[in-house]
Design a protein around this ligand. Structure first.
Ligand code: ADP
Ligand code: ZN
Ligand code: ZN
Length: 728
């Protein structure tokens, strides 16, 4: 039967449509299975798109004449068998078109059809003249320091950049005199200088041994260690063991965890160059890191969420630092969870996946308690550091001035007087979260969102949800009163108040406004110096840096998080509190944590701060989740929808609700407005599906997803399925 001969390319195109598109191969190319996994350029309507051949098939007799693909762009498949299988799994599990998933997995230039980049890296070494001249260079100068460094071995430009952001100046000075030369290489540079590892504590040693014992097979392991217990040292030792077996390691870190300081720490301790992949890099740099891993030239990659899509042809170990962190979940487009995909990849690759956290997600803890994950614990801080002391300050009896009570000001003053540093945490940027009329109760709301506008400075109102901006009105628009008062304190107000009270010490504010550039955090910490000083900021301060002189953590308020309706709010708040508190006293100096609250008797605070800490909280929260039928005891999918008209929105969700009736025993909850029913002028609503069985929910979604695409209303409605949503 000649018409059964496979002659058609089934192409995954970067479109949100849950189907493949058929093309004939370009003229002169046979439609063989060898084309699967390669990119092709095709015409689609009037556009030209780059897709990936997902399969070869016989022509569908019902289809009309097919277009010919313009060109095959690769000589071999871009994804190896494991990555291809994992991406197909991801598309199926998170209900996303395969072409969209493939496109997300590729760095920009590859997505747009460019060839695989050249991965040779520039490496600098001393010339013979340089080796002879080094001792004669003037001592204490930067060229001398750099030459000394290169004397220990050649260095690539990443390593030099990690050494000093201003590395080019001394390098040029040496190059002008012919003392250094540049080579291009794809090989790891041997002899990168290393700092020796500390002697591991007994618990750290046990954890490393447990990971090493599982190298070569899939094993999920939870490294559950209090902040400052030396988890990173465990990762480093396990990575070294993985490298010694000739294998590659992938390390995922949260978005704001990948600071130059963190990169430097890995780079200086590992015997191979450490490659990075994060949003601060150019597209070209990202494509190079991806390709270097695909070619096996790079041995260690450290990256944020999307690094989970990197090919690992010689995989040995995957590490996920701060596994509970919300930034691992992509919150728009392809809503995948990098931790969960990493676990699937680890299983397919047959390598251990090491999940680290001081505050593990309830899902992960539940697996550890059930024995499905190995549970490695580090319950003490490393070195000499000891756990901080916690004070809960009941501010119902304490007048707050600019968000700060008198006892807290006194504690900060005492900390500064000892020459130490204080961190003042408030998870709200801006001057004040609300601008209120003292006479009639009017407050400034966004015109396009169901939300208050935040006061920034004296004159600007800003909506943190849609970005709308307007000037503060001269008088109350409702009653003409001049008594408009800022309510509450954001980071900006705290900064002003503290600067006025403690004018003699350095003070830096760390929030989204002051910290846009990737190096900004580093600069802030440098500006703080190593004597007395104050840091004010949002959750950006909750992780990362080791500040040995930081002994006081003051939590100005978390009360707005205590009463959220979201079932995950308690977990997130507990994690944030423990992580922020964990910044205090990480070195030899004992730390203290002060929490201002109007609700000192709130059960979450009692359990967390005066009871058994995070694990006691987690046990209670898990019991509640079990009783209420929430994850990890049930599996959820949220259908989110938004439209400009209420009627379209309601009609879409009503049809979706009807379609979700099923034989799989999945509970469909009636559609309801989103927690913020109006945002940026669009109306938002949602429908929740839940089931105690993951498989049942998945079976329903496989049927529902294409049917939703076929709905008539879908054109007027923007919708998405969020499988395992992290907020409801
Ligand atoms: P975590 O990642 O658990 O917060 P880190 O790995 O960053 O902890 O370690 C916290 C601090 O303790 C770091 O300054 C680190 O260098 C130090 N440290 C870790 N392990 C040891 C050890 N075995 N001996 C001495 N210091 C250690
Ligand atoms: Zn008024
Ligand atoms: Zn708005």
């Amino acid at each position: 039967m000649p018409d059964r001969v496979p002659s058609v390319l089934r192409v995954a195109l970067p479109l949100p449509l849950p189907r493949l598109f058929d093309y004939l191969p370009p003229r002169g190319v046979a439609a063989s299975a060898a084309l699967v996994g390669r990119r092709v350029r095709v015409g689609f309507g009037s556009k030209v798109l780059v897709g990936i051949v997902a399969g070869i098939d016989a022509p569908d007799p019902a289809a009309g004449t097919l277009r010919e693909a313009d060109a095959v762009l690769d000589a071999t498949a871009l994804f190896d068998a494991e990555l291809d299988a994992s991406l197909r799994w991801a598309a199926g599990y998170w209900q996303r078109a395969l072409g969209d998933v493939f496109a997300t997995a590729l760095p920009g230039p590859l997505r747009h059809g460019e060839p695989l980049p050249d991965t040779a890296r520039a490496v600098w070494r001393l010339t013979e003249a340089g080796a002879t001249a080094t001792p004669a260079l003037r001592a204490g100068t930067r060229p001398r320091a750099l030459a000394e460094r290169l004397r220990a071995g050649a260095q690539d430009e990443d390593a030099l950049a990690a050494w000093s952001p201003q590395w080019r100046t001394p390098l040029r000075s040496l190059a002008r005199r012919g003392l250094v030369e540049r080579l291009w290489t794809t090989q790891p540079v041997p002899g990168t200088p290393r700092t020796p590892p500390p002697v591991l504590g007994a618990a750290q040693r046990r954890a490393v041994d447990a990971v090493c014992a599982r190298l070569g097979e899939f094993a999920p392991l939870l490294l559950d260690g209090v902040t400052g217990s030396g988890k990173t040292e465990v990762y480093l030792a396990a990575i070294e063991a993985c490298l010694a077996q000739g294998r590659q390691a992938l390390v995922l870190v949260p978005e704001i965890g990948l600071t130059p300081q963190a990169l430097r720490r890995y780079g200086e301790r590992l015997p191979v160059p450490v490659h990075a992949l994060h949003s601060g890099l150019s597209e070209g740099e990202r494509a190079r890191a991806w390709t270097a891993m695909a070619r096996g030239e790079a041995r260690v990659l450290i990256g944020t969420r999307s690094a989970v899509f990197t090919p690992l042809p010689q995989a040995g170990l995957i590490v996920i630092d701060e596994e509970h962190d919300a930034s691992y979940k992509q919150q728009d487009g392809f809503r995948y969870h990098a931790r969960d995909l990493a676990l699937v990849r680890g299983k397919t690759l047959g390598v251990p996946v090491l999940l680290g956290s001081a505050t593990p997600s309830l899902e992960t803890l539940h697996h550890a308690m059930g024995g499905r994950y190995a549970w490695l614990r580090l319950s003490e801080r490393a070195g000499e550091a000891i756990a901080p002391q916690v004070h809960v300050l009941d501010v119902r009896a304490q007048p707050l001035v600019d968000g700060l009570s008198r006892p807290l000001r006194a504690a900060i003053a005492a900390c500064l007087a000892r020459g130490e540093q204080a961190l003042v945490f408030r998870n709200r940027r801006g001057f004040a979260p609300v601008l209120l009329c003292h006479d009639c109760g009017w407050h400034a709301d966004c015109e396009r969102c169901d939300s208050a506008m935040t006061l920034h400075g004296r004159h600007t109102l800003l909506c943190h949800h849609c970005g709308a901006r307007r000037r503060v009105p001269p008088a109350c628009p409702q009653c003409d009163s001049l008594g408009l008062v800022p309510q509450g304190a954001g980071t900006e107000r705290l900064e002003q108040a503290l600067a006025a009270e403690f004018p003699d010490v350095p003070l830096v504010r760390v929030d989204r406004e002051t910290t846009q550039h990737r190096d900004a955090l580093e600069k802030h910490f440098a500006a703080l110096g190593d004597g007395a000083g104050i840091l004010v900021g949002t959750q950006m301060l909750a992780k990362g840096h080791d500040l040995p002189r930081l002994t006081l953590v003051a939590i100005a308020s978390i009360d707005d998080g205590l009463f959220s309706a979201d079932f995950r709010a308690g977990e997130r708040l507990a994690q944030l509190l423990i992580q922020v508190a964990g910044r205090a006293g990480r070195a030899a100096l004992r730390g203290a944590v002060w929490l201002q609250t109007h609700h000192p008797d709130h059960p979450l605070l009692r359990t967390l701060l005066t009871g058994g800490g995070y694990h006691a909280f987690a046990a209670e929260a898990l019991a509640e989740r079990r009783a209420a039928g929430f994850p990890p005891f049930a599996h959820l999918c949220l259908l989110r929808a938004e439209a400009t008209g209420q009627a379209e929105l309601d009609a879409f969700l009503a049809e979706a609700f009807a379609l979700a009736e099923n034989a799989f025993g999945v509970t469909r909850h009636a559609p309801m407005p989103a927690p913020m029913p109006r945002r940026a002028g669009r109306l938002r609503a949602q429908m929740l599906l839940s089931s105690p069985q993951r498989g049942a929910l998945q079976a329903l979604l496989r049927e529902l997803f294409p049917r939703l695409h076929a709905l008539r209303e879908r054109k007027k409605v923007r919708w998405s399925l969020d499988v395992d949503p992290v907020d409801l």
